[in-house]
Design a protein around this ligand. Structure first.
Ligand code: F6P
Length: 361
């Protein structure tokens, strides 16, 4: 049986993209007579018709490689059906290029936006399989996305290093972790890194509660604090605002990021020496950890099995300890925030960690 597969990686990169591409390709070559076409820079390459026939050897030696050998770009889903000044009908182009490449199937590695476009293309009649990637872990229907655990390791390492320097100086360090809409990365790394306060987009905080913790610690023997804050965290007032309004209010205050504002507020309110740390894209770079290499390989192989079986319109997922798949139409566009009553939040509260919303026992 012969199958010609197009592969693309779309949206923000993350560790494990190459490991997943390798998993798909190696299993496809084993399971059937596969031909693989690599599409450049995500949906951009599909829209503009930029691709290359891949050789088997190109999938070797990439298990540990960070980034993506195919390149990536952000092509917002909301613009996909809009024809702009360039007069390009993006959906028509993608369908046409799929035909030109003579594909039996398109494999898309990406996050939420990527899955929405994958679903759109599936509904337009293309054979599509999705693979859930993102350090944010916010794809509905899968327990974990690949890339997440590596980012947790990196953010935890940042928190560990902040711990020793904060302790030496008796300072308060506010560490800003990636995650605009979902706080999974901050929650997991905050617990792993022993943060005193964890602030998530899903749990609006009161700066007075954060100050209370910083002050209590400043007065104690351990006269330092570690605050893990998600980049998308909001205080209670901001939580009532629309996104644009919130952004404008922050810009008017002159802060480019949330951690800088919190550090300044704590210095003023508590009198502690406070600094903010923004590891930023370091959290997305470099080699995947062992967990993500295994998950990526399992995901990739499952995608190849679906192709072998001619099952399309799905995205691969982890449920419990099993690799499975969900219908694209069931998961595309469905958010996966951290539930306020999530077990990990309770674990944190029962450890005496503050989530900035109420006083822990
Ligand atoms: O979705 C992954 C992510 O790293 C988010 O955590 C972050 O908010 C965003 O991408 C940053 O995007 P960009 O790389 O385009 O600045």
């Amino acid at each position: 049986m012969k199958r010609r597969i197009g592969i693309l990686t779309s949206g923000g990169d993350c560790p494990g993209l190459n490991a997943t591409i390798r998993g798909v390709a190696k299993a496809a070559y084993e399971l059937f007579d596969a031909e693989i076409v690599g599409i450049a820079d995500g949906y951009r390459g599909l829209i503009e018709g930029e691709w290359q026939e891949m050789k088997r050897s190109q999938f070797s030696g990439i298990l540990t490689l960070g980034g993506t050998i195919l390149g990536t770009s952000r092509q917002p889903f909301r613009n996909m059906r809009i024809i702009g000044d360039d007069n390009v009908d993006k959906v028509a182009n993608m369908k046409e290029n799929y035909e030109k490449m003579k594909l039996d199937c398109l494999v898309t590695l990406g996050g939420n936006g990527t899955h929405k476009t994958a679903n759109l293309l599936s509904q337009e009649g293309l054979n599509v399989i999705g693979l859930p990637k993102t350090i944010d872990n916010d794809i509905y229907g899968t327990d974990f996305t690949f890339g997440f655990h590596t980012a947790v390791d990196i953010a935890t390492d940042v928190l560990d290093r902040c711990h020793t320097t904060a302790a030496s100086h008796g300072r308060c360090l506010v560490v800003e972790i990636m995650g605009n809409k979902a706080g999974w990365l901050t929650l997991y790394s905050g617990i792993a890194g022993g943060a005193d306060v964890i602030l998530l987009p899903e749990v609006p905080y009161d700066i007075k509660e954060v100050a209370r913790v910083a002050e209590a610690r400043a007065r104690s023997k351990k006269a330092f604090s570690i605050i893990a804050v998600a980049e998308g965290a909001m205080d209670r007032k901001e939580a009532k605002m629309k996104r644009k309004e919130r952004e404008a209010a922050r810009a008017a205050e002159g802060f480019t990021c949330i951690s800088a504002r919190i550090a300044k507020q704590l210095a003023e309110m508590v009198g502690v020496e406070a600094r903010n740390v923004v590891p930023g894209h370091i959290q997305r770079g470099g080699s995947p950890n062992a967990y993500d290499r295994v998950l990526s390989t399992q995901f990739g192989v499952h995608a190849a099995q679906l192709i072998r079986d001619g099952q399309y319109g799905y995205t691969v997922a982890l449920c419990g300890n099993s690799i499975t798949h969900n219908k694209l139409e069931d998961i595309a566009g469905v958010p996966k925030p951290v539930p306020q009553d999530h077990q990990m939040i309770q674990v944190g509260r029962d450890m005496g960690i503050s989530f900035g919303d109420k006083q822990s026992k």
